[in-house]
Design a protein around this ligand. Structure first.
Ligand code: F6P
Length: 329
């Protein structure tokens, strides 16, 4: 597909992630620098289906680099998963003379983009990894991960104060249905006494043993960081299961950090990452790329086919996990 790209549309889709706005800003600014017209599609693929597409000027992206959420709004569109939905979306792109699309999001976003390109190869799409989960193959970091971990670590620091004061055990749930990245990094940076993640089976005995080891050296409080998708159940189930086995604490409490992790002003790291990837995505389209995610590897922009980004798993750093377990003792 080698037609010249003149009009690019950008959308954000799936769970929002801090830094998405910085990516949109970089896309708009680099598009203008290359005399391209740029359009924003509101509410992700749902907006593509409904035709909520508007022209963006450079002034539209002033004063957004520091803002969390996404000025383009987002959605998890069920209709786009159907051929009928994608047909409507295609017709709207044609109606608006859109030549190419940049989709910012995660696994679901790139799955949708892949199906769309298979059916409508005349509209190239490149993706930018925007999800707090950091779970996409082909990029060392996804936009939003750094900010989310910083938020979770701040929460753990605060919980530590009260856990210490009351001699309590806290289970702190962080996001990550399929991925333990947020949990592992939060546990290391927050000095947690344990971490439970989807990538590793932990049983009740192991967990109790770990907590007892701490108690033996007069550790009277503890914080265990739990990823949503861990193997032992919800944080509430886990707290119930250990209840009568850890009588050396005064009490057990549960904190779910939840969507706090998705909001807030992006960290410096996420702003720079988002700027690099947004800038790179425009260049990728100008170089006639399609069907790829623009990520970062060893500090260099790196292209990965959507198929690999969504089907290959990005393994956790086993050494980091081993270290986390040792430091938790
Ligand atoms: O994929 C990002 C993520 O924040 C996950 O960590 C979490 O499990 C999920 O989205 C929550 O999604 P929603 O906001 O749609 O409930």
């Amino acid at each position: 597909m080698n037609k010249d790209i003149k009009r690019i549309a950008v959308l954000t889709s799936g769970g929002d992630a801090p830094g998405m706005n910085a990516a949109v800003r970089a896309i708009v600014r680099n598009a203008f620098n290359n005399d391209l017209h740029i359009y924003g599609i509101m509410r992700g693929y749902q907006g593509m289906i409904e035709g909520t597409i508007k022209r963006l000027e450079t002034s539209d992206v002033s004063n957004i680099i520091h803002r969390g959420g996404t000025v383009l709004k987002t959605a998890r569109s069920k209709e786009f998963m159907t051929p009928e939905g994608r047909k409507k979306a295609y017709e709207n792109l044609i109606y608006n003379d859109i030549d190419a699309v940049i989709a910012i999001g995660g696994n679901g976003t790139f799955t949708g983009a892949m199906h769309f390109i298979e059916e409508y190869p005349d509209i190239p799409i490149v993706g930018i990894p925007g999800t707090i989960d950091n779970d996409l193959y082909g990029t060392d970091f996804t936009i939003g991960f750094d900010t989310a971990v910083n938020t979770a670590v701040q929460a753990v620091d605060k919980i530590r104060d009260t856990a210490d004061s009351h001699n309590r055990l806290f289970f702190v749930e962080v996001m990550g249905r399929h991925s333990g990245y947020i949990a592992l990094h939060t546990a290391i940076a927050g000095g947690a006494g344990g971490v439970l993640i989807p990538e590793e089976e932990t049983n009740l005995d192991d967990l109790v043993k770990l907590l007892k080891r701490g108690a033996k050296r007069a550790k009277l409080f503890s914080i265990v960081v739990v990823a949503e998708g861990n193997h032992m159940g919800t944080v509430y189930d886990i707290a119930k299961k250990v209840e009568d086995k850890v009588d050396f604490y005064d009490d057990i409490k549960v904190t779910v950090i939840g969507h706090l992790q998705r909001g807030g002003s992006p960290s410096y790291f996420d702003r720079v990452l988002a700027s690099i990837l947004g800038f790179g995505a425009v260049e990728a389209l100008m170089n006639h790329k399609t069907g790829i995610m623009v990520g970062i590897k060893n500090n260099n922009v790196h292209f990965t086919p959507f198929k690999d980004a969504i089907t290959k798993s990005k393994p956790l750093n086993k050494e980091l996990l081993r270290m986390a377990h040792i430091l938790a003792q």
